[in-house]
Design a protein around this ligand. Structure first.
Ligand code: AMP
Ligand code: ZN
Length: 110
């Protein structure tokens, strides 16, 4: 259920890059690199591992599309795909999400 005090439950749809039935993509507000995206389920669940398979599959579908788009737009030389689970692992927004972080040679990382 949508949580009134959760940032990712309350992102304005105008900011969605893409969505499907269960998840959406936005640009990270403080990107680690050019093209850093977040893939976020509509469902408010803190822990990625507690999400259902359909939701994880829907997030993965968006991840694959986003990666292809990023290849075309920015031609990065690599990617990090990451998910932080728990504050001790660096999770700051307690609504599960995947990071897609393109990586470049040092000179044009951002
Ligand atoms: P994490 O440490 O995995 O919880 O990462 C949360 C991410 O959300 C960080 O990379 C933030 O830069 C990003 N973030 C926080 N607030 C917003 C927002 N309003 N819109 C987009 N990204 C955000
Ligand atoms: Zn939420």
């Amino acid at each position: 259920m949508k949580q009134p005090d959760c940032i990712f439950c309350n992102i304005d749809q105008d900011n969605f890059i893409l969505k499907n039935d269960l998840a959406y993509i936005i640009k990270d507000k403080y990107p680690h690199s050019r093209g850093h995206l977040l893939i976020i389920p509509f469902e408010h669940e803190e822990n990625y591992f507690e999400l259902g398979k359909k939701t994880r599959d829907a997030m993965n579908d968006l991840l694959i599309i986003a990666k292809k788009d990023c290849d075309e737009k920015y031609q990065p030389s690599g990617y990090n795909v990451s998910v932080n689970i728990g504050r001790s692992a660096g999770q700051v927004v307690m609504h599960a999400h995947l990071h897609l972080i393109p990586r470049y040679s040092k000179s044009n990382d951002i």
